[in-house]
Design a protein around this ligand. Structure first.
Ligand code: DC
Length: 224
């Protein structure tokens, strides 16, 4: 990417680590754009379900991903003009997302779409491979994580707050299964790259995590 391309902060990490909340807040604080790349995979999973296409059918799912009619409007997300902001947050949609995310052709189809979010004055991108694949020249790469039990607790609170049903034991199992699938897949597996800063938020509040990212960003971009 050219030297004067808008700056990127890449925040990667496992499911329910809180990286979405932290990334969004960091973007607000800096006045940057925000990319929730997981939402794109969730949308592809939902689109496949709606079109009755098996999540393992690589060519067909990739075609869907290519043609995905999606609109981000503030906090709302529309798929084919339908408001799906909450629908894509269900555990079922998360599982479908994690399945379609194993397909190389789908990742390829979403690549350009993700890079298009890189607009001035800058971008905070959250996902699994933002620093390792999509924005390899990010000014700051964070690997944000937390213990699985803490992540299950956070997801539980989130779902209950949205009025959705939730079961702690099932959520923990789901998170562990998703970790395995996301880290074990052949294409762009979830892993901390050597140039990413580790941020373990198990014992941190959202505010503390946001401050830590901002401090690391300030340090990373300081003119020496
Ligand atoms: O962050 P999330 O839980 O909304 O992501 C949903 C799924 O999408 C997750 O299981 C892994 C996949 N994903 C990915 O493979 N690469 C990304 N950059 C973002 C998400």
């Amino acid at each position: 990417m050219a030297g004067n391309a808008p700056v990127v902060i890449a925040i990667d990490g496992p499911s329910a680590s809180g990286k979405g909340t932290v990334a969004k807040r960091v973007a607000q604080r800096l006045g940057f754009h925000y990319l929730d790349s997981g939402a794109l995979y969730r949308l592809v999973g939902l689109a496949a379900e709606r079109a009755r296409i098996q999540t393992a059918d690589e060519p067909q799912v990739a075609r869907l991903a290519e043609a995905l009619d999606v609109r981000f409007e503030g906090d709302e997300i529309y798929l084919n003009q339908e408001l799906v902001t909450d629908v894509i947050r269900s555990e079922q949609a998360g599982v479908a997302a994690s399945e379609v995310a194993t397909l190389g052709a789908v990742r390829q189809a979403l690549f350009k779409r993700q890079r298009a979010f890189r607009e001035p004055p800058g971008l905070v991108a959250d996902g699994r491979d933002m620093g390792s694949v999509v924005f390899t020249d990010a000014a700051l790469k964070i690997y944000l994580t937390a213990e699985p039990e803490e992540r299950a607790r956070r997801r539980y609170k989130q779902l209950i707050a949205k009025g959705m049903g939730a079961n702690m034991a099932a959520l923990l199992q789901d998170i562990q299964a998703r970790d395995e699938r996301d880290s074990g897949r052949a294409v762009a597996p979830l892993q901390k790259s050597s140039d990413a800063h580790l941020l373990d938020t198990t014992n941190l509040s959202v505010d503390e995590a946001v401050e830590q990212v901002l401090a690391r960003y300030a340090a990373a971009t300081q003119v020496s």
